[in-house]
Design a protein around this ligand. Sequence first.
Ligand code: ACO
Length: 384
Amino acid sequence: MEGEAPHIIHGLEGVYFTESKICKVDGTLGKLYYRGYPIGALAANSSFEEVCYLLLNGALPTKKQLRAFESHMKAERKLPRHIVKTIAEMTGKAHPTDILRTAVSSLPTYDPEAYEKSQDANLRKSVRLISKMASITATIGRFMCGGKYVYPKRKLSHSANFLYMLTGKAPEEKQAKLLDTMMILHAEHSTNASTFATLVTGSTLADLYAAITSGIAALKGPLHGGADEAALLMLRAIGKPENTEAYVEHALEDKQRIMGFGHRIYKTYDPRARIIKADLEALQSSASEEIRDLTAIALRVEKLMIDKLGQSRGIWPNIDFFAGPIYTEMGIHPDLFTPLFAVSRVPGWCSHMLEYWQNNRLLRPLELYTGPLDLEYVPISKRR
Ligand code: ACO
């Protein structure tokens, strides 16, 4: 009806804009499925490579298909010399997420099919992105510690090779498995802010590299992927387990957000956080004193927050809360948490982009203009 103000949905909360067969997030029951498979089953039984195949192709691979896919991923690990140089030039001057974003946005320079739009070419580029983003991020971490570029090792799995390129040493199997599980848990989560940003860019028919660059940019903020870095810094700021209650009480009175809690969709315990918490508890007996302290603090924050805001406000731990101590135990610097999140999430971004392009429609919502109209233009010489 003319003259009636349109209904504005801030933050597009509760708005459906497309259909998808990739991921189901049940925020009421606390369940998550990739292509119909419960996240717990994938985390317990699958590998990151297999999950990438599942997300991109829609079904679990046969042994032969998985071998071919792994081989393709391995073949794409090496970085162009100029990308390594760009990373070296930016290290120490820019946040690692910004370095990753810059490196990814320059990848088309080295890809002869960068602007090829067929589904097959986009699948090949997805594999290229998954492999190269891991190599880029490991190299950023390597340079941050003053190390030299480490060439990828073909016989290692994706997660083991990441740790190898980061540290220069092949990791223990247990450590690579733990990182593999973290990567599976982070691989996909429907149309969150970074996936939506990816789709907005891709819906203009820009190329896959442009779309993924947008996804990385959106992931950076502390309300989204940046929360795991912020959560770890908070645990460190609390310092000792006995400081926890005073810290949290004061933060809540001060209307601050406790990082790693709350979610737009989950109004119950995030199923990924449950798995990460169990993994963190399982490594306590062999963990360093720092990790045992951080875990003790995290468990006290968790209890306090659930008592205060869990049932009553639906604010529960999310995927970012327990991740920091696990990454720290692996020797991964907090500045690398968000790029590592992007490394894990890129199969999800690519799967959504490829699916959306099958039935593309330019994403272009409306805003309600509330400013003045028909103002008289005053020449600059007459303005006061
Ligand atoms: N700590 C304290 N209070 C919180 C928190 C929190 N972590 N999260 C939400 N609230 C409160 C808000 O202050 C608000 O209170 P009010 O109604 O009294 O003003 C209420 O809960 C609703 O908050 P919104 O921001 O409107 O809820 P939204 O659905 O937009 O929030 C979000 C989701 C942004 C994730 C929020 O919970 C938050 O900021 N959490 C901390 C950051 C974080 O952990 N982000 C990672 C999310 S998971 C991921 O993206 C990978």
